[in-house]
Design a protein around this ligand. Structure first.
Ligand code: ZN
Length: 428
C-alpha cells in the first residue's frame, strides 16, 4: 500500500435499537431469540432494587432463562472494578450479558463478556499507548444494553471506559465486537435520575453530537494498513453528520425541561432518543478534545461531590467533566470550519442570519454556557475544585488520549491544552 494514502472508506455500524415505554419487558423474548439460557445481569448498587433491574430479571425468568445478578458495578469504573466483574464472569458459565444502568453498567457488562469469552491479560485489549490495543479475536456472546440514564449512548458503542488507578487516567477498550447486539430504550427507566445527573448526562449527549459533528473528516485521516485496523472512531462522515445534527437539535430543545421537571415524560423520552442518535453518530465518527480533557479532570477529582448525587467517593460525573471545557474547545477549533460551527449554533436555536463567521466559536460557546446556567452545572473547573496550579498535571493526563485528541480538526499541542484548561477555570 502506498504510504500516506488518505482514507477513502467509512463504515456505519450500530446496534439494533428497540424503543418505547415498557419495552424492557421484551428483554426475555430478545435474549431467548439470541439463544441464551444463563444470563449475567450487570448493574450498580444504586439500581439493585430498581424497577428496570427487577423487570429485566422477571422478563428473563418468564422465558425460562436463568438470570444471575451482579450489582457491584462502580460508577465511573476502574481497572480494579473491571477485574472484579471479570472474575465473577469467569467463575460461572454465561451465554448472554445484559448491562442495566448508566454507561458504567453497560461498559462493565461489555468487559465481562470480552474477558470471559477471550481471556487475556487485562492490558491486552486496552487502547494504546496505555495498553497493547489488541483487536478482539472474534465475535462475543450476545449482550443487550438497557440504559437508565439518557446520556452515554453506550448502548450503541463498542467502547468501555475506565480509570487506570495507578496513573489516574481514564482510558478504555474500543472495538466493534464490543458493541451490544441490542439497545433497549425505555423512557420509563429514566424517571428517577437526580437533577444534576440528568443535566450532566444531557451535556454528555450534546458534546457527543457537537464533537462528532466537528471531528476531523474521515477522508483527512491516513488510511489504515488493513481493514482490521480501521478504528471505530473514524472521523466525521456524511452518515454520522445526520445523526449528530438531529441529536444537537433534540437536546437543545429538551434539556432544560427534562432537568427541571423529571415528570415531563415527553422531554425525557426525547432525551433518551437523542442519546441514541448522538451515540450512533459518535460511535462511527468519534469525539475529540472536550472528551480527551475530561478524562484527567474526572480522574484527578479532589473532594467534589455534586449536590444531590449519591456517591461515597468524590466524583465529577462524566458529562459534567466534558462540558466544562467545551466552550473553550469550540472557540479553539471553530476557525477550522466556521460555517459548520454556525450550523451547529443554528441547530441549538441561535439565529445565524447576518452574523460574522469570525464569531462562530464565541457564538457556540455562549449557546452552551446558556444551557449550563439554566441546568445548574458548576461555573468551570474552579467550581469543581481545580486551581490553575493543577493545569500541568491535567495536561499530562490529556497527552495519552491520542485516540481522541487526533480527531480534533485543529491539531492541539500540550501548550494548547494548557490554554484550554486555563480558559475553562471560570466560564461566566
Ligand atoms: Zn461521553
Amino acid at each position: 500500500m502506498v504510504e500516506n494514502k488518505f482514507e477513502t472508506i467509512f463504515t456505519m455500524d450500530t446496534s439494533r435499537i428497540k424503543y418505547g415505554p415498557g419495552v424492557t419487558w421484551e428483554v426475555g423474548f430478545d435474549m431467548r431469540k439470541l439463544g441464551a439460557s444463563r444470563v449475567m445481569v450487570v448493574t450498580d448498587p444504586n439500581w439493585t432494587k430498581s424497577e428496570p433491574v427487577s423487570i429485566t430479571i422477571e422478563a428473563l425468568q418468564e422465558e425460562n432463562i436463568e438470570a444471575v445478578l451482579f450489582d457491584q458495578v462502580r460508577v465511573e469504573p476502574t481497572d480494579n472494578s473491571f477485574r472484579d466483574v471479570i472474575k465473577f464472569a469467569n467463575e460461572d458459565k454465561f451465554d448472554g450479558f445484559i448491562g442495566v444502568g448508566g454507561g458504567s453498567s453497560m461498559d462493565t457488562a461489555k468487559v465481562a463478556n470480552l474477558y470471559s469469552t477471550y481471556p487475556a491479560d487485562f492490558l491486552a485489549y486496552v487502547n494504546k499507548p496505555i495498553g497493547q490495543g489488541h483487536p478482539v479475536p472474534g465475535p462475543l456472546k450476545p449482550m443487550i444494553a438497557i440504559p437508565t440514564t439518557a446520556g452515554t449512548g453506550s448502548e450503541t458503542t463498542g467502547v468501555a471506559i475506565f480509570d487506570l488507578v495507578t496513573i489516574h487516567a481514564k482510558t478504555g477498550i474500543s472495538h466493534r465486537a464490543l458493541r451490544p447486539v441490542l439497545g433497549i430504550l425505555d423512557p420509563n427507566n429514566t424517571r428517577t435520575v437526580p437533577k444534576i445527573a440528568a443535566a450532566s448526562c444531557g451535556f454528555d449527549i450534546l458534546c457527543h453530537a457537537l464533537e462528532s459533528l466537528t471531528a476531523i473528516p474521515y477522508n483527512k485521516r491516513l488510511a489504515p494498513e488493513s481493514p482490521e485496523l480501521r478504528p471505530p472512531y473514524q472521523g466525521a462522515n456524511p452518515i454520522s453528520h445526520i445523526w449528530a445534527s438531529k441529536a444537537i437539535e433534540m437536546v437543545s430543545k429538551n434539556i432544560i425541561q427534562a432537568v427541571q421537571d423529571p415528570s415531563d415524560d415527553k422531554s425525557r423520552a426525547e432525551m433518551i432518543l437523542a442519546a441514541t442518535y448522538a451515540g450512533i453518530g459518535f460511535s462511527n465518527a468519534g469525539v475529540h478534545l472536550a472528551h480527551a480533557l475530561s478524562y484527567p479532570v474526572a480522574g484527578m477529582v479532589k473532594g467534589y461531590i455534586p449536590e444531590g448525587f449519591k456517591s461515597d467517593f468524590p466524583i465529577i460525573p462524566h458529562g459534567m467533566g466534558v462540558v466544562l471545557t467545551s466552550p473553550a474547545v469550540f472557540r479553539f477549533i471553530a476557525k477550522t470550519n466556521p460555517e459548520l460551527h454556525l450550523y451547529a449554533a443554528q441547530l441549538m436555536g441561535f439565529d445565524i442570519s447576518g452574523v460574522d463567521k469570525k464569531n462562530a466559536g464565541d457564538i457556540i460557546a455562549t449557546e452552551i454556557i446558556k444551557l449550563m446556567q439554566a441546568t445548574g452545572i458548576p461555573n468551570g473547573l474552579n467550581a469543581v475544585g481545580f486551581e490553575p496550579s493543577d493545569i500541568e498535571e491535567l495536561v499530562k493526563g490529556t497527552l495519552p488520549q491520542h485516540r481522541l485528541t487526533k480527531l480534533s480538526p485543529r491539531p492541539a499541542s500540550a501548550e494548547d491544552f494548557k490554554h484550554l484548561l486555563a480558559e475553562s477555570m471560570t466560564l461566566w
